[in-house]
Design a protein around this ligand. Structure first.
Ligand code: U2P
Length: 261
């Protein structure tokens, strides 16, 4: 039988191994501490597509009559209560095969609205930018609530379907328009009445560009951080103007996805 003094180093080694596995102080792989809450960030194509300068097949702004006219998903972000967020928490390779059954839905509800490819964390520029960036930058930091690629995307889609911000705003009279201005407070209240928590609204000049809904880790709604809004008191919700699609008469040039910067 091992003596008591011989057992001490064994116990210490065991404790160290356990600490390394679960992370000290709640930190996750990569040294970043566990996040505090989720933000579901939604983009408004009517605003973003106005800035399209050239088209490529991966840019949903260029789908003509099939371009999105509702809020689409930008990302599900794990965030900290101090306004910062963790990113690129683990070295994982995006594997499109894991989400093959979700690709149609992702193309429709979580498309890229740009041609330029975004930098992923570890594997250079992403072809399926939205999905590679999402999982590498944000998905890997969603642990321990979300632990794998499929769960990250299906969870995000489910939350997106549960709270239909486009419908909430339309029913409150906030419809896409290239001439109307709406009170920002009215838009926020319409969402609060339905979602029961305060969203964050992001603007590009006077136009609504993003609306973010925030959630506790169990996906119950919570207020987003009361940060300075980038929006004026009266905002617009621009209607999508077709560009680059088959029926479009615009002279926006098409470039291949490889040419996209
Ligand atoms: O807002 C600009 C970009 O910063 C990242 N962001 C912002 C807020 C937040 O809570 N979490 C977060 O990650 C986003 O970067 P992306 O995912 O687009 O690379 C956001 O676009």
């Amino acid at each position: 039988m091992a003596s008591f003094s011989a057992q001490i180093p064994i116990c210490f080694a065991l404790m160290m191994a356990i600490c390394l596995l679960i992370g000290v102080n709640g930190s996750i792989e990569g040294g970043q501490r566990e996040f505090d809450y989720f933000a579901l960030s939604l983009q408004w194509p009517g605003t973003i597509c106005r800035h399209t300068r050239h088209c490529c097949s991966s840019n949903a702004c260029c789908r003509g009559s099939n371009s999105p006219t509702e809020f689409t998903i930008h990302g599900l972000w794990p965030d900290y209560n101090d306004g910062t967020w963790p990113a690129c928490c683990a070295r994982t390779q995006f594997d499109v095969k894991e989400i093959s059954t979700l690709l149609d839905a992702l193309e429709k509800y979580w498309p890229s609205l740009y041609c330029g490819k975004s930098s992923t964390c570890f594997s250079g520029k992403g072809l399926f930018w939205a999905h590679e960036v999402a999982i590498e930058k944000h998905g890997t930091c969603s642990s321990p609530v979300i632990r794998d690629e499929y769960s990250y995307f299906i969870t995000t889609l489910n939350v997106y379907f549960k709270y239909n911000v486009t419908k909430i705003l339309n029913e409150a009279g906030y419809v896409p328009s290239n001439s109307e201005r709406y009170p920002l407070g009215g838009i926020v209240s319409a969402i609060e009445n339905s979602f029961r928590a305060t969203p964050e609204v992001v603007c590009s000049k006077e136009a609504v560009e993003e609306i973010r809904l925030c959630f506790y880790k169990d996906f119950k709604p919570r207020n987003c951080l009361a940060s300075k809004t980038s929006c004026p008191k009266y905002v617009s919700l621009p209607a999508y103007v077709s560009m680059g699609g088959e029926e479009s008469e615009s002279d926006i040039a098409w470039i291949s996805d490889d040419e996209a910067l």
